[in-house]
Design a protein around this ligand. Structure first.
Ligand code: SME
Length: 159
């Protein structure tokens, strides 16, 4: 049984604990889908004010829905389209305070107001993106971005 209690008071400690829990979860497990599934569950349980947390995988140059928590979502996203597609095309983190102001944003859930997408890259190749959505405007700040980039670095070795 895994029973991670991640309740740190400040964000840097929260993400430090989350990274340690993720390292423990993926240790010794070579199956990338299993690791993405547990990562989505861990993030969903640990970070407040999310309405979606999960992955799109790079399958032959197209983003395809991977393990996630939240409502059923769009399955295929072309590179360059929406927030996830922008992250995939540029390999840059996308932190969007107001998704309705983002050109081409794909509204899988009309409740989503802000979004953070972290590309997961190994040896210069995009493996997947980690996508977090929130019903709150500007839910994600620079500390969330840094924390999720660190989670992405762990996942780059585990998926
Ligand atoms: N809103 C995303 C699509 C994925 S869902 O949020 C799960 C986008 O514009 O890429």
């Amino acid at each position: 049984m895994y029973d991670f209690k991640i309740t740190a008071a400040d964000k840097p400690s929260l993400y430090k604990d989350l990274a340690a829990a993720l390292e423990a979860l993926v240790a010794g497990e070579p199956d990338g889908i299993a690791n993405m599934a547990n990562a989505a569950a861990l993030i969903w349980e640990s970070l407040p004010d999310l309405n979606w947390a999960g992955f799109y995988r790079n399958v032959g140059g197209e983003l395809v829905l991977g393990p996630f928590q939240g409502r059923a979502a769009c399955i295929r996203i072309p590179f360059g389209k929406g927030v996830c597609g922008a992250a995939a095309a540029t390999l840059d983190v996308q932190r969007v305070d107001d998704v309705n102001a983002f050109p081409g944003h794909i509204a899988c859930d009309s409740a989503s107001a802000s979004e953070l997408v972290v590309p997961i890259v190994r040896d210069g190749k995009l493996l997947a993106v980690l996508d977090l959505d929130s019903p709150d405007m500007a839910r994600f700040d620079a500390e969330d971005e840094a924390g999720c980039v660190a989670l992405g670095a762990i996942l780059a070795k585990a998926i």
